[in-house]
Design a protein around this ligand. Structure first.
Ligand code: 8DG
Length: 131
């Protein structure tokens, strides 16, 4: 029997600077795992990396923005058939830069009520309970 890897992932609830009840959803490219689904931006935590550092790094890479972590929203484990994830989610605010889509197909600001109109990665439903 093989033991499935538990992948460490950092994700962000990015607050809309112009409308603080809204946050960012980003659409994963079609050729990636969960392609075409909407996510909280972020990515894999590197070996030995602090999760807060990882989310700051990922958002710079994905959108060319500088962010500051406001607080930790939650941490939860989610099992897909192909991979298990340990998701660390942070609420962040943008301190500089305008969002450029360097790795995603699209991004939208949504309020919690609007999220259900997007096909969200199933691991992310737990996060919604904490926003
Ligand atoms: N970034 C992100 N990944 C998520 C979310 N929900 C969810 O199940 N995932 C999954 C998709 C991937 O299997 C894994 C994160 O991988 P990723 O592809 O975003 O990571 P990465 O940017 O470091 O990509 P890579 O180029 O190193 O492969 O977590 C989410 O809200 N945000």
């Amino acid at each position: 029997m093989t033991t499935k890897q538990l992948l460490q992932v950092a994700t962000a609830v990015i607050i809309n600077p112009d409308s603080p009840e809204e946050f960012l959803l980003a659409k994963r490219p079609l050729d990636r795992h969960l392609g075409g689904q909407w996510e909280f931006a972020g990515g894999k935590i590197e070996e030995g990396e602090d999760p807060e550092h990882a989310i700051v790094r990922e958002l710079k890479e994905e959108f060319d923005i500088e962010v500051e972590v406001i607080n930790k929203v939650c941490q939860h484990v989610y099992h897909y058939p192909e991979v298990s994830l340990d998701l660390h989610t942070f609420r962040v605010k943008i301190v500089s830069g305008d969002i450029k889509l360097l790795e995603h197909d699209a991004a939208v600001w949504v309020s919690k009520n609007e999220v259900e109109t997007y096909l969200l990665a199933s691991s992310n439903h737990e996060i919604l309970q904490h926003i």
